[in-house]
Design a protein around this ligand. Structure first.
Ligand code: MN
Length: 430
């Protein structure tokens, strides 16, 4: 097998696509993330690769015959590596196929970017111990972290039907709410504590058969790559409904996924050791491997940005609310795959895992407003004088992700964005 870091990661590589050589681009030739695009609303989806501010149509460029992303995702890792090499060669400065590929380029600004694939089942994990501790403290000040947390990668089965492509706005949800100390019947109306969750999405590639677990050593062969994921959450609905079976309508009204999947191959230079604080238990053997200890984590800087309606009207791009790093998570991608299947549960191509809210160790690294505003008790002051505890109608949340490492070209994830629209008025009436 080829070394995981190869010529496609060479920082000296340049592309004949001018914008890909701009130091500010998130899509240099070392990245090559996959996505689906179409030129008009009624057109068919095509598979493309982001390069600078352009999309390369892989079929038109003669680099791929199939048109289904889920088929591409099924390819064994070695075959995917060969495809990546082919795309890298075609886009390099001096490429023999430059003129043919030029015909297959489309500006990103001129196409619609969709969900990267047909999404099957969706599971959301809870892999940030910092998020779990901060949120747990709001409910149980003396006992924030439940005893299973350091042993079990906690998750719940979510719903794929309401996962939206970046740029699709959604309605504020309505539902039942009842504050912890309130008496009498619950209220019914529009959510008043609407939140975002800064997460990564993990795209499952190769399936496993029912009854046949995926070992941690094999786990990454079943993963295509990562994207940005916003698990919008209605905290007031969640607080009333979550016991005893976990989140339900507080989570299934909308989630937003970025258009580009950054492959595990592209992420190879940005891997980190997976380690735990002294005194924490070692993972059980089925969640442990030398590779996972040495390279199981990913160093990805994550950011959440807010653009309020007032900021938009003033021409402001918005402001950053928080920054964290995926390397601070308590469980890795490989551990999620191994745990999810250890009982024989079968994963299928196109299944999606959410990592859970990725908060860092510091108080200003919260991956949700619930953390940053201390459960709504401490309003966040924005630079234009506005304040927020939770999201208001017209607010746009944008997630970003960037990998940077000495000796390598920086790569990014693009953008995961959506705007909160007012609740349907008939349903919102109290
Ligand atoms: Mn979540």
């Amino acid at each position: 097998m080829a070394s995981p870091i190869d010529a496609t990661h060479d920082a000296a590589l340049t592309s004949w696509v001018e914008s890909a050589n701009d130091p500010a681009t998130e899509f240099p030739i070392q990245n090559l993330p996959f996505g689906r695009f179409r030129r008009d609303e009624d057109g068919d989806w095509s598979i493309g690769v982001a390069i600078g501010d352009q999309v390369l149509d892989l079929r038109r460029a003669g680099l791929l015959r199939n048109t289904q992303m889920n088929q591409l995702m099924r390819l064994p890792r070695d075959a995917r590596r060969v495809l990546r090499e082919g795309i890298s060669h075609a886009l390099r400065t001096g490429s023999a196929t430059e003129s043919a590929c030029r015909e297959a380029l489309v500006p990103q600004a001129e196409v619609q970017l969709g969900l990267p694939c047909e999404i099957g089942d969706y599971t959301d994990f809870y892999t940030s111990i910092h998020h779990a501790t901060t949120v747990g403290r709001q409910f149980r000040p003396d006992n924030p972290l439940l005893p299973n947390y350091k042993w079990v990668p906690i998750g719940y089965h979510g719903r794929a039907s309401s996962i939206l492509a970046s740029g699709h706005d959604f309605l504020r949800p309505v539902g039942q709410t009842k504050p912890q100390d309130a008496q009498g019947a619950p209220e019914f109306g529009a959510c008043r504590r609407l939140d975002y969750e800064l997460e990564l999405g993990v795209f499952i590639s190769r399936p496993n058969l029912l009854g046949e677990p995926i070992s941690i050593a094999q786990a990454e062969d079943h993963v295509f790559g990562l994207g940005l994921f916003n698990d919008w959450s209605a905290r007031d609905i969640q607080g009333w409904e979550y016991q005893p079976l976990g989140p339900f309508l507080s989570k299934n009204f909308a989630s937003t996924l970025s258009p580009w999947v950054v492959t595990l191959e592209a992420l190879e230079p940005f891997r980190s050791p997976f380690s735990r604080a002294a005194g924490d238990p070692a993972p059980l053997p089925y969640l442990d491997s030398p590779h996972n200890r040495e390279r199981g984590a990913f160093d990805i800087v994550l950011e959440a940005w807010l653009q309020t309606d007032a900021m938009r009207k003033a021409g402001s791009p918005g402001e950053r609310l928080a920054r964290s790093n995926y390397a601070d998570a308590y469980w890795t991608v490989a551990q999620m795959v191994a745990h999810h299947t250890v009982n024989g549960c079968n994963l299928r191509v196109g299944d999606l895992f959410g990592t859970g809210t990725l908060s860092g160790p510091a108080a200003d690294q919260g991956g949700s407003l619930m953390e940053l505003s201390d459960g709504g008790k401490r309003p966040i002051r924005l630079s234009n004088g506005e304040t927020r505890t939770f999201l208001e109608d017209g607010d746009t949340v944008m997630l970003r992700g960037v990998c940077e490492r000495e000796g390598y070209r920086s790569i990014g994830f693009g953008e995961c964005r959506a705007t909160v629209l007012p609740a349907r008025s008939a349903l919102a009436a109290r």
